[in-house]
Design a binder for this molecule. Structure first.
Ligand code: ADP
Ligand code: MG
Length: 238
């Protein structure tokens, strides 16, 4: 389960409205990419879904239940941060176990989930290392592992690859797409990179100044961009 519905969701910071009322449906199992230029509100929208920001108006439903006022820990969503958010003094195993320890899961269940996550992410041989002894791509996979073990209804990624070099980024895109296939869990992925959006998404949401310009599959947006902004951003010939 991982259906997310935004109904007239709005966000202002003081007098400044960053996101005017907006509707959006994310289906269970979908890979949805929020794309748009820097400052258009992608992170804010993701943080509203995660519960890291309070909405100024509207309703957020997760699997049909009103989640608008739920704290992040109660939303069953896992935010994947950039790899530098790992604890440098803890082993990979302890980093991955951390959210489960906080949730009070018993040790046997923790070990089972760590083993499964490590297998899915090809980290089995690295569990006793510390983040400093890993490559950038491996560190990013540990950050994802920490999200997987919570068995979330959806994963939320905010530009997770932006501090990796170009070659690693290509590999990690494939890793994340592969993981989406394996888990079949909803993923909401924020990027300002058109290539990332076009290659990874089932559905792209193009944002411009907090407004959704268009929602569609990569091919739909490419073939039939609704306006110049979408065409320019997606790289359509129009
Ligand atoms: P993006 O992730 O697309 O680059 P953001 O969601 O970070 O964009 O920001 C959207 C707009 O909201 C920007 O104009 C930004 O300055 C503003 N903003 C974001 N967070 C805050 C905040 N905590 N207080 C005030 N303004 C903010
Ligand atoms: Mg951002």
């Amino acid at each position: 389960m991982g259906r997310i519905q935004l109904k007239q969701v709005k966000k202002s910071f003081g007098d400044v409205t960053v996101i005017p009322p907006l509707d959006l449906e994310i289906e269970d199992g979908e890979f949805v990419v929020f794309v748009g230029p820097s400052g258009c509100g992608k992170s804010t929208l993701l943080r509203l879904i995660a519960g890291l920001e309070d909405t100024t108006g509207g309703v957020i439903e997760i699997d049909g239940k009103d989640a608008t006022s739920l704290p992040p820990a109660k939303r069953r969503l896992a935010m994947v941060f950039q790899s530098y958010a790992l604890y440098p003094h803890m082993t990979v195993r302890k980093n991955i176990a951390f959210p489960m320890r906080m949730a009070g899961l018993d040790k046997a269940e923790q070990d089972k989930r760590i083993a499964a996550a490590a297998k899915a992410l090809n980290l089995t041989d690295y569990l006793d290392r510390r983040p400093g002894q890993l490559s950038g791509g491996q560190r990013q996979r540990v950050a994802i592992g920490r999200a997987i073990v919570r068995e979330p209804a959806a994963f939320l990624f905010d530009e997770p690859l932006s501090n990796l070099d170009a070659a690693l980024r290509v590999g990690m895109r494939m890793e994340i797409s592969e993981l989406h296939k394996k888990l079949a869990t909803t993923m909401v992925y924020v990027t300002h990179d058109q290539v990332e959006a076009m290659t990874m998404a089932d559905k792209i949401v193009v944002l411009h100044a907090g407004v959704i310009e268009q929602v569609g599959s990569p091919l739909e947006l490419y073939r039939a961009p609704r306006n110049k902004f979408v065409a320019g951003f997606i790289g359509s010939p129009k």
